[in-house]
Structures are given as C-alpha cells and as structure tokens.
Write a protein that binds this ligand. Structure first.
Ligand SMILES: Cc1cc2nc3c(=O)[nH]c(=O)nc-3n(C[C@H](O)[C@H](O)[C@H](O)COP(=O)(O)O)c2cc1C
Length: 737
C-alpha cells in the first residue's frame, strides 16, 4: 500500500510537483537577494520617526508598507496617480522609485496558478498535497528500506538510481514535507477553507478631530518598532476626523492624528499567527536562510522524480509474467516470492518453468498473496530476499501476518531459499525468519534453508540439484538474469602465476571494445562502450553455457584495458576456458556495476585484505589511489616466488605513495602464515586505524574471509566494535566467493 501510494501519485504528480518545486526554488532566491540588497535595520528608527522623515521627503504619502524581508515602500499621490518609492529602513531616506521585479512576479504567478487563474490555483494546491503524500510515504519507505529509523543515516546500497534516490531523499525530505504542508495550508486559506483569522478592527466611533499633530510626535506610532510594522495607512489629507490605520505583527488598530492615541486595537487571532508563521516558512520572507534551504530541497525534486521513475520502470521491466501459472487451488507445487528489486522473480520463473517441464503443476505468486490453504499442494517453495535490517522485502512484508491464518494440509512440506548479500550483517535473515515461522506453523521441512549470495546463478543451480534429489528428478536450474548484452573482448596479454604451487592463476588483460557510434542521446542511455571501475564485475559467458561467471575487475575503463585474475578450478567450465586463451583470442562478456564494493570517499585510511585472486579489485583500488590516502594491504598467497601477484606493481605503489604498507603471508614457506595470522599479529595497528575511521575491504575465498572476520572481531573487541557493527556502518565490505 505504502509503495503504491508512493509510486502511483509519484508518477502521475511527479511532473507537476517537479515543476512547482523548480519555480519554488527560483522564488526562494528572492528573500536571499533581499537580504543582501536591503540596508540593515539594526539601528532602526520607530514608525513615527520614519513616517515623519518620509512624509517630509515625499508629499502625499498614502501608505507605508514593510515586507517580511524588511524592505520599506512608500506609496504616494503624485497628483496624476499613485507612485511608489523604496525607503531606507535605517534612515528613512528615499532610495529611488520602487518597481517590483518582473522576473519574480512572473515566477510567483507561475508558482501560484500556472497563469491559469482559479483552476491553476487548485492544481497548485493539489500538487502541494501530492508533495506531502510523496514525501511522507517516501520517508516511511526510506526508514523501512534502511532497516528502521535508527539506521536512517547509514550508507545507502543498491543500484545507482536507488542510492541516488535514497541520498537525495535524506537531504531533502524534511524541507519537502515543510514546503508541501505549508503550501497546502496556504492554498486552503486562500480558498477560505481554513480561516486565517486576520485581525480587522472596527473604525473608531469617536476621534478627537482637532488639528493633526506632527507625525513624529504621535505616541502610538512612537511605541511601534519598525521591525513590527506591516502597513501604515495615512489619513485622508484635510480630513481631521480620519485616522492612521496601523497593521503590525501583532494586530490591527487606529491612531488618532491629533492626540496620537491608539484606538480599537485588535490583536491577531491564533489563526493569523499560525498563518504568518507558515507563510514565513513557505516563502522564506523574513527568514531568508530557511527559504534558501527549502529552495535547495526543492531542487532535489526533479532528480527524485527522475530516479524514482527509473526505479519504477526497472522494477516493472524485471517482474516477469509467469507462463503456465496454475491456479493455487490446483497446484501440487507452490512457489512464493519475496522480492523488493524483482530479481528474485526471475529465479522463481526459472524454477517454475523447470518444474513445469517435469510435469509438476506449479503456481507462483508473491509471498504477500499467500492463500489460507493450498488444497492440492504437496510442497511450498519460498524464494525470498532480505532488505533493511534483516527485514522482509516489499512483496513479503505481510506474509508472517497472513501465516497466522494458514491451515496447512498434513502432508505439505516446505523449502526456503534466501537471496541476499554477504556484505550485510543480517545475511538472508528473512529467509531464516520465514523458515522458522513455517516450522512453527507445523510444516515439515523438505530442505535446510539455503542461500544465494548476490544472485549467484551457480548457488541457485546447486540448490536446484538438492531439490531435484528430494523430488526424485534431477533438476537443472540454469538461470540467466536478463539476457546480458555481451561484447566481444580480445585478450591482449596474460601473465601466469602459481604453477609451481599447484594453484594456477592467470592475470588476463582484455582490450576494450570500440565505443559504438551514434547520437549523444543514445550513448547517454546505453552508455559509451564499456565503463567500469575496480571492484565492478565482468560476466564471462563460457562457450556452451548461457550462465555467466563473474570475476572482480582489477582495472578501470580509463586504464584502457579490462583486467581480471582467474584461478584454474579443476573441472571449472569457465576457468578452464579462460586459462586456455592466448593473446588475440576472444571471449563474450559484459560488465555488471558493483557500486557497493569500493572505498568510501574521504580521507579515512583503508585496510585492504585479500588472498589469491581476491587481490584483483584491491590492486585496482591501490592503482587508482591518486590522492595518496592511507592504504594498508594484507595479501596472502602460497609462495612469494610463485604466486605473489602484482609484486612489481606493489613495489612501485609503495614508492610513489599510493600504497602505505604491504603485509604479506605465504603459507608454503617454512613457518608459513595465512593472511588471518597477520591480522592477529597486527591487531594493535588495525585497532589504531579503525579508531581513525578506517574502512576494511576484504576479497577472497569464503574460508579466508571467515578467518579474517574472526580475527578482526577479536582485535576490535577493546574498541567495542565488531565486524557486524562496521558492516552496518558501511565500513566493512566483503567480496567473497
Ligand atoms: C537497501 C538494501 C538492503 C539490503 N539488505 C540486505 C540484508 O539486510 N541482508 C541481505 O542478506 N541482503 C540484503 N540486501 C541484498 C538483497 O537482498 C539482494 O540483492 C537480493 O538478491 C535482492 O533481491 P530482489 O531484487 O528480489 O529484492 C539488501 C539490498 C539493498 C539494495
């Protein structure tokens, strides 16, 4: 519901709201310009003195108006009509003729009514309300996505548009809620739907009627500081029974021009005070810096609308239509999907089609559509991702509540496959929660909970084998996310390591393909050639398979080559294929961005820990450390004479300051060490770095990463930090395979 509320009005109102926001941002400049162009009123005179000076300088003054930003304007009768002059609020001197800025007048009318009169005002009021709905629903989604309001400031993850959307929302959301609420309130008051309660006094029944006193001597005006003045209307000349009409920040009344007494003063109602405050907050008139902040928040709206539109479009595009979907009441196998970004739906579709091909009657639906019973079902297969702080993804957030009403048939069993990302502290937690809840509901467990890290097609295929074994039919799950647009990469050079220690590793450098020719807008949408940074992934399609194998990239596209490190796995289709390549040979590949795996910006030190081919992205980070921030690298191999990858490069980087310290561990030397042993020996140094805000980046095999995490937990204990707490803060990144 919340998502629908956020996306439907978001898409419909996005354009109008973005338009309103841009015009509002332009208008927020006015108070800022006024602030620097209007003379300061620190030594301001009172209203009596100012009026006296102005009326001696200009005859026929009809009224003095002070705007919220402090500008004073005198309107006077020239004999041929009314003219206006700008007045120095500090001295009363006439600064020149006053004419309102046509630029701001234009934008003001555009913002209020789109030049469409009453209809435009209605649209403008509704778009203010739409802004509130979008900002409020966005705030709740943001909190849910990040795992609770306490985590609202942690680093955002996801695709570029998702992260941009989160970052911009965080910056702008408070300002947008204030702009929207105040704008909606002002619209409602302008349509008379809310009473702004402006003070209106009754005209005094008796006035002195004697000869007018000098304005500067009128006691009631002497007591009003200029900062409180809104408007002073002068009495009609030569009518001693007329009075000054005084409107101040606190109310409205009259001043006898002969005695200077204040007559019939009516204080502002609470409604008027509220209106004035909200008007000030909305326009920044009288609070220029606040207006500037709101203006900047408003400038985020077009970018939010664009990134929000991209997220919505990608979600729609990736949600597959499941072919051959049986009714849930007929199905013998039910697949329920928990997904936020929709990638899990693709895996569910692959599973659905594979089971259908084997003759099962399969129903696939969202976990939130979990039915009260499945009369024909024998097995329930749940595929779910995890979001936020181990929480349910969007299509599963009502599942646990629905489970309370579930009446499972006695012979129904279940299996849960979790989709997640090991760099999160609550890796696939919702899959565990789901399995526990189903066991509690009395279902038998068909398979232990398994997990798929970063949408690994291989891990999914392994789970398929285990499921097939249980079903008595081999199940080959070949999942290809969306057919990737591959490019042909030509091997330019290779360097071999590790032959002597029975762990062959090849560092492969591929030439970048030629950038496609086309219009600027085509390259803007589809990108110009391959673009990547160290830590991104290249998917290689080995001949005879449609399932890509991913490798971490050690170079950036600006280096002019794509470099990877590949360990030869016995029987590994792709690694054996890559190890068989010679310069000039071609492979089909594509790049997958991995923006969550790179050093944070800033000056804090970076600790890089890797073993074997895990060194590839870390070497890339060192290579691009042009600002020479502190980088401490821990590298593990077998033998320095055989598999010390990037040895000459690291020597060079230590020399030119891109690498601060290199600590190596080789397991096949006498008294051999693993990289985790070095972490233990270096605990004090690592603690000192973490105290300085260091980020730790680990890449390599699962066993190595687990050992490193244990040692770090131990080392960081005295600081009250753990790997989990650093992960939650975005200060511990892992790329583990
Ligand atoms: C904002 C965000 C939060 C995430 N939180 C977690 C998490 O707490 N635990 C986890 O294992 N994976 C987490 N992930 C990773 C996703 O679960 C993983 O990418 C999954 O494959 C996404 O599947 P989906 O596209 O079907 O939602 C998170 C991803 C994002 C973008």
């Amino acid at each position: 519901m919340l998502r629908r509320l956020h996306s439907v009005p978001g898409l419909v109102a996005g354009l109008v709201v973005a338009f309103m926001a841009i015009t509002g941002a332009v208008l927020s400049l006015q108070p800022v310009l006024d602030r620097f162009s209007i003379p300061s009123t620190t030594n301001s005179i009172n209203v009596a003195a100012l009026s006296e000076i102005v009326s001696t300088k200009r005859g026929g003054v009809e009224r003095l108006v002070r705007s919220a930003s402090g500008a004073v304007t005198a309107y006077y009768d020239t004999g041929k009509g009314t003219a206006a002059a700008s007045i120095d609020p500090a001295t009363g001197a006439v600064l020149g003729d006053y004419s309102p800025s046509p630029f701001f007048a234009f934008f003001s009318e555009l913002h209020r009514s789109f030049f469409l009169g009453m209809n435009g005002r209605v649209v403008s009021g509704i778009s203010a309300l739409a802004m509130v709905v979008l900002a409020a629903s966005g705030l709740f989604l943001l909190i849910r996505r990040l795992g609770g309001w306490r985590r609202v400031l942690v680093a955002a993850k996801g695709t570029t548009s998702q992260r941009l959307h989160v970052e911009l929302s965080r910056m702008a959301i408070v300002g947008l809620v204030i702009s929207g609420l105040t704008g909606a309130y002002m619209s409602l008051t302008s349509f008379g739907l809310i009473n702004a309660g402006a003070a209106v006094s009754t005209f005094p029944s008796t006035v002195d009627g004697g000869a007018p006193a000098a304005i500067g001597s009128l006691a009631a005006l002497q007591t009003v500081p200029l900062a409180d003045l809104r408007e002073l209307r002068f009495p009609f000349p030569s009518d001693p029974t007329d009075v000054f009409t005084l409107t101040t920040a606190s109310g409205q009344g009259y001043v006898d021009q002969a005695t200077g007494r204040l007559l019939n003063f009516t204080p502002n109602s609470v409604g008027q005070s509220i209106y004035e405050t909200l008007y000030m907050l909305h326009t920044g008139q009288g609070l220029w810096w606040f207006g500037a902040i709101l203006g900047m928040a408003a400038l985020c709206v077009p970018a939010l609308a664009a990134t929000g539109g991209i997220i919505w479009w990608l979600r729609r595009r990736r949600q597959p239509r499941i072919a051959n979907n049986s009714r849930h009441s007929h199905a013998d196998t039910v697949i329920l999907v928990g997904s936020e970004g929709n990638s899990t739906w693709g895996f569910a579709d692959t599973l659905h089609q594979a089971l259908t091909a084997q003759g099962f009657l399969v129903h696939t639906g969202a976990m939130n559509e979990h039915a009260a019973n499945y009369p024909s079902a024998k097995r329930l297969l749940l595929l779910t991702s995890t979001y936020g702080d181990g929480a349910a993804p969007a299509s599963a957030n009502r599942f646990l509540a629905r489970l309370a009403h579930f009446k499972p048939p006695a012979d129904l069993s279940f299996a849960v496959l979790g989709f997640g990302d090991r760099s999160f502290s609550d890796y696939c937690r919702f899959a565990d929660v789901t399995a526990a809840a189903l066991s509690e509901a009395g279902l038998a467990q068909l398979l232990p909970v398994a997990t798929v890290d970063r949408q690994s097609a291989q891990a999914f295929a392994r789970w398929g084998q285990a499921l097939g074994a249980k079903l008595g039919n081999p199940l080959a799950l070949e999942h290809v996310a969306a057919p990737p647009r591959t490019q042909s990469l030509v091997l330019a050079a290779r360097t071999d390591f590790g032959i002597e220690v029975q762990a062959p590793i090849a560092v492969l450098r591929f030439e970048l393909p030629e950038a496609p020719q086309g219009h600027w807008w085509q390259s803007w949408i589809i990108g110009r050639g391959l673009s990547f940074e160290p830590g991104d992934l290249v998917g290689i399609m080995p001949p005879g398979s449609s399932v890509p194998r991913y490798y971490s990239v050690a170079s950036a596209s600006t280096d002019g080559a794509l470099e990877i490190c590949v360990r030869k796995q016995v029987g590994g289709l792709c690694s054996e294929f890559l190890h068989g390549l010679q310069p000039g040979d071609r492979v089909d590949g594509f790049v997958k961005a991995n923006p969550g795996f790179r050093p944070r910006t800033g000056k804090a030190p970076i600790v890089l820990i890797g073993a074997g081919t895990g060194i590839a992205p870390l070497a890339g980070f060192v290579r691009h450390n042009d600002r020479h921030r502190q980088m401490h690298l821990y590298f593990g191999g077998r033998d320095p004479d055989s598999d010390f990858l990037y040895r000459p490069f690291f020597g060079e980087a230590l020399g030119d300051g891109r690498l601060t310290r290199l600590v190596t561990a080789f397991s096949r030397l006498v008294g051999g060490r693993y990289v985790q042993d070095r972490i233990r020996e270096d605990a004090a140094a690592i603690r000192a770095l973490v105290t300085k805000g260091a980020q730790i980046i680990v890449c390599g095999g699962r066993q190595m990463a687990a050992g490193v995490a244990d040692e770090l937990n131990f080392a960081l204990g005295p600081l009250g930090e753990t790997v989990a707490s650093l992960k939650a803060d975005g200060r511990y990144l892992e790329d583990v395979y």
